[in-house]
Design a protein around this ligand. Sequence first.
Ligand code: ADP
Ligand code: ADP
Length: 229
Amino acid sequence: TPVIEFRGVGLTYPGPPAVAALHPCDLRIGCGEFVTVVGPSGSGKSTLLNIAGLLDTPTQGTYLLDGIDTKAISASHLAALRGQRVGFVFQAFHLLPHRTAQENVELAMVYQSIARRQRRVRAAAVLERVGLAHRVAALPTQLSGGERQRVAVARALVAEPSLLLCDEPTGNLDSATAAAVLDLLDGLHREGMTVVVITHDPQVAAHGQRTVTIRDGVLTDPGQGRVVV
Ligand code: ADP
Ligand code: ADP
């Protein structure tokens, strides 16, 4: 079963004027794949990611996440599915400013039935995985950009999602720090995580095993094999 399966999925904002942000498209992303999505600003990349991450509902077609028809389930079930299966990483980190790295990661588990002590243990373990064992007590303002993004990755991973969705994860980082974050994503992929990274940067796109292109809402999927950019 693919993690992501779009069958004629599209999204048109009603407007007026109506905007076809994503034209109906087919897309399959298998378990353990590292796929990058590239396209200019306004081309529909975030729309695709929002649909894949169950933040938005397509206006056309059928989206199956881990084989589950997302149209067939209630809004509360959708939210629960999102919490269990999807981890998000954003360009702007979105960490809570008055919480430590450890607390930011623990809070991602607050709506799951995980005992407090277990949340603490899991948060510490995943922060260690991203190389921040020594920074667990730091506030976001005390962390570098690269460290903040690694906290955000830890937060995205702690619920053990089947899918990691990253929207311009290196957009706020200098190139050396960006390379470290990309190394982390590469490592997670090697460990079996399904990773989707949205970027407008061809160098970042080259990290994917496969690169999907969007232009004016039209998705082009080469199918398989690395696209040389
Ligand atoms: P990207 O992430 O590639 O920059 P988006 O997916 O954010 O592109 O946007 C795709 C298109 O949809 C753009 O034309 C954008 O202006 C439009 N759009 C995005 N969100 C909305 C919205 N809430 N209402 C109407 N149009 C929108
Ligand atoms: P990274 O490679 O993850 O960006 P750096 O080598 O830039 O890390 O930073 C090392 C240390 O310097 C960090 O632990 C952090 O405490 C401090 N630091 C770096 N940049 C900043 C910043 N913009 N604000 C606060 N602290 C910073």
